[in-house]
Write a protein of this length. Structure first.
Lengths: 450, 82
């Protein structure tokens, strides 16, 4: 007689009276394939943990965002936010879809140039631009978004006496009715600082004011905040036209659109509370259309959305290293990916699925990463099947900020693969090794082992 | 280690402790272990009983049994836990 299949013994106390009146779908349906490629095949070939990016989903998101805006407004330009995910293959998919590059450091700037983005299609944001960086941007005719007066004066000094001109915008911060107000970046609208900066730019013919920029926050759940931001940028643009007879070419509304990940502490799932890209588009475009611009003077609207376009286009596959029991009786599962790879686990409750079939029994558990550090917790409480060492898990919607904010801490960073439109798998970032680290180190002669 | 005498166990894995009013659910392997413990089997006999019925090795059962009996003890379902 053949033996029965084994599942580790499990006992659970049954509680009544603590049911959530909003029944939500269970999270533990197995996910054994990603874009048609078996998870097992991916890890057999590329190891675990492994980041997997979907070209299909990136293109779908990009095309959906373009549709949402372009059906509402005649002049739309997206610029891919490099800091959200600057793996070259990812950037080039967005560039193929027509996105410019939006960068916040000279490192990202040079990456965009390497990716073949024309200099005049690179938006250079951020508070850290050295004189050399500014010179590079001026020479490439890039759009320089000035963040503070020190940068403005540096640019004036750089260009004084020469024949070069710089295409510039200012970043404007403002009260849009949301908290926190990102007033550490750019010039304030309400206290007149932004207008002061505009006047200073207009006093220097070597600076060509072409746009106005804002970026009001991240994971924004309110579309009305974008309407307020658009209204205030339109107000500045109209004042520029009135005072200087200059037509501002573009309004850059930045990014900050929410993805469908669930924030820690949120009562409802992220997907149930976030606005759609159409909601954001409606708020922004209708405000600009109703602002009173002449038809032939309508500014181009630039969007720098990152998170909403890439988060759901990547997964992280990982494996169970161990299961254990905590002192209070809770189950703990240790996996081979931690906050070193999922930096955003600090504020997201990531959806996690098993990659193989289980019985219907599940248990609440804490999910810990592999780091020998107490902070390394991916989920403080998640309901999953009875996992065993070696079982695989899939973390969903990890495309934004993890592959740029990841840490080389205790562990190396793993392989990243891309599944193309035909289901072929490509290695787009090779895993690190000890050589990656030690090639940057230098040993003083006197400390070398004799 | 013995299962409390007054614990009621159904064939579907539903467990009721009348002295506390608590109820529990368990899976097939858990039911088998509880059944063996109710029959006053030793730890070694429980392990060999599970191995003979399920597709599993002794080391795995020993590790899992240790965790399972800890939970039985936490839930006050056993007497004489080592």
């Amino acid at each position: 007689m053949s033996k029965l299949s084994y599942e580790r013994p499990f006992i659970q106390k049954l509680n009544t009276g603590s049911m959530n009146k909003f029944g939500t779908k269970t999270e533990f349906s197995p996910v054994s394939q990603l874009d048609g490629v078996p998870v097992k095949k991916l890890t057999d070939e590329y190891g675990s943990p492994l980041f997997v990016i979907s070209e299909r989903q990136i293109r779908k998101n990009s095309q959906n965002a373009n549709r949402a805006f372009k059906t509402r407004y005649p002049k739309i330009q997206f610029a891919w936010s490099y800091k959200t995910n600057y793996i070259d293959a990812v950037c080039n998919i967005f560039h193929q879809e027509g996105s410019w590059a939006e960068v916040v450091s000279v490192f990202e700037y040079k990456k965009a140039l390497r990716n073949g983005v024309s200099g005049n299609n690179i938006i250079f944001n951020g508070p850290d631009k050295s004189v050399e960086d500014l010179e590079l941007a001026v020479d490439n005719n890039s759009l320089i978004h000035i963040d503070h007066f020190d940068e403005l004066y540096s640019l004036v000094e750089l260009l004084s006496g020469g024949k070069k001109k710089a295409r510039v915008a200012i970043r404007v911060n403002m009260d849009t009715g949301i908290y926190p107000m990102w007033d550490r970046f750019g010039f304030n609208y309400e206290n007149g600082q932004a207008w002061n900066a505009i006047n200073k730019i207009m006093a220097h013919p070597e600076l060509e004011l072409v746009g106005l920029h804002c970026h009001i926050g991240t994971y924004m759940l309110s579309t009305s905040a974008y309407a307020t931001a658009a209204y205030k940028l339109c107000d500045l643009a109209k004042h520029i036209k009135l005072s200087y007879n200059l037509v501002v070419q573009y309004l850059d509304l930045g990014g900050g659109f929410a993805s469908s990940n669930t924030l820690k502490g949120s009562y409802l799932q992220g997907a149930d509370i976030i606005p759609t890209v159409d909601d954001y588009a409606e708020a922004i475009t209708s405000t600009v259309l109703n602002a009173g611009f002449k038809q032939d003077e309508l500014p181009t609207i630039i969007l720098e959305s990152g998170r909403a376009l890439i988060d759901d286009a990547a997964w992280l596959i990982g494996s169970v290293l161990a299961t254990k029991r905590l002192s209070d009786g809770r189950r703990a599962t240790v996996v081979d990916f931690g906050v070193n790879l999922l930096f955003n686990a600090f504020w997201y409750d990531y959806k996690i699925s098993p990659a193989q079939d289980f019985t219907h029994h599940t248990e609440d558990m804490a999910l810990y990463g592999p780091l020998c550090m107490n902070i390394d917790c991916i989920r403080e409480s998640v309901n999953l099947p009875l996992l065993n060492k070696g079982d695989q898990l899939v973390v969903h919607k990890v495309g934004a900020y993890n592959m740029t904010q990841w840490l080389q801490f205790i562990q190396m960073r793993p392989n990243v693969v891309l599944i193309d439109m035909e289901g072929n798998v490509h290695l787009v970032r090779e895993k690190e090794s000890i050589d990656t680290i030690i090639q940057q180190e230098r040993m003083p002669e006197y400390l070398k082992k004799k | 280690m013995q299962i409390n005498k007054n614990i009621a166990i159904s064939d579907s894995g539903f467990i009721f402790n009348p002295s506390t009013g608590d109820s529990f659910s368990t899976n097939q392997v858990g039911m088998e272990i509880i059944r063996l413990l109710k029959d006053n089997k030793s730890k070694e006999e429980v392990i060999s009983g599970v191995v003979s019925k399920f597709n599993v090795d002794e080391a795995t059962v020993e590790k899992d049994l240790s965790d399972f009996t800890l939970m039985l003890n936490n839930f006050q379902l056993v007497i004489g836990h080592e």
